[in-house]
Design a protein around this ligand. Sequence first.
Ligand code: NAI
Length: 343
Amino acid sequence: MTTLIPATLIPGDGIGPEIIDATLAALDALKAPFDWDRQIAGLEGVEQAGDPLPQATLDSIRRTRLALKGPLETPSGGGYRSSNVRLREEFKLYANLRPARTIIPGGRFDNVDLVVVRENLEGLYIGHEHYVQIDDDPHAVAMGTGINTRAGSRRLLEFAFEHAIAAGRKKVTLVHKANIMKALTGIFLETGLELYERKYKGKFELDTIIVDACAMKLVLNPLQFDMLVTTNLFGDILSDLVAGLVGGLGMAPGANIGADAAIFEAVHGSAPDIAGKGIANPTALLLAAALMLDHVKLTEKATRLRQALDATLNIDKVRTGDLGGKANTAAFTKALVSRIANG
Ligand code: NAI
């Protein structure tokens, strides 16, 4: 008998429940042995429990240490704090993994297959910011502090290097700006080089690059990179840049891996403009589910899911409207499930 794997399921807001249903149908077809505990968060959390991240949801993730999450709405400006940021802090989700792979050829570049690993908790995103008033201008000076620690850099780099080996990546590139921010990003670079020499030398090639040069080279020829590892702010920007190289955020999955849990999601938001219409593209969440299968070492099922997605999109040419196709979410899901069943 297969052992069930407890996992938290957060359908989320907007198109979340629609793309979660599609993903569950694919996982069922794969006989993925998840024992789901359905929970709420985001706007649904506010409406039903008065909290965008209810205690029951936190307790569930603390128990399962594994979650698949739809997009959560966050009001801009005022309102409540992003539940995504709170989840990151609560479960110390220090590594953000963003693979970018060409799925539909014919874009600007074919055969892109790279991954960005971003430090998720430190750097310039810690939020230590303030204004200084001069005379009658309360915003005369703005100040922000970044903090990177040796320990925080090392655990992220160790995760990235282990992932590189497990995923068969040949080259890892450390992205930094240590020529200008000598301490803040220098510590990350120094820790990475030292860790490689001590523990990983020969297991893959290690390279380093300054972030601005990296952005230019990615746009000119992304095929020269295999895995990029970097600090919080640079990783935020570069991971969206590489998503753009393979067709935009609609095709991009993300994993947030931490000391206490791992949470898998699509990179896009709740798409309120098309919510409830049954036309959303579930591909990004399906790819996130494939990352989740990899994470629990069900690699064969992850590969089958990716292959079925490739076949549905490129051989059967069943595509949703955002990809120029005519299929709605249900028709796309049906085609995918039949590919999984017959694959
Ligand atoms: P969005 O990603 O929701 O939408 C941008 C555009 O892409 C829209 O036109 C939308 O229809 C389209 N789109 C997005 N996903 C799609 C899909 N799967 N299939 C077809 N079309 C798709 O970004 P937006 O509008 O800036 O944010 C909406 C809400 O989502 C906000 O409240 C924001 O805070 C939240 N959000 C949540 C994220 C998360 O939970 N990880 C990430 C990004 C945004």
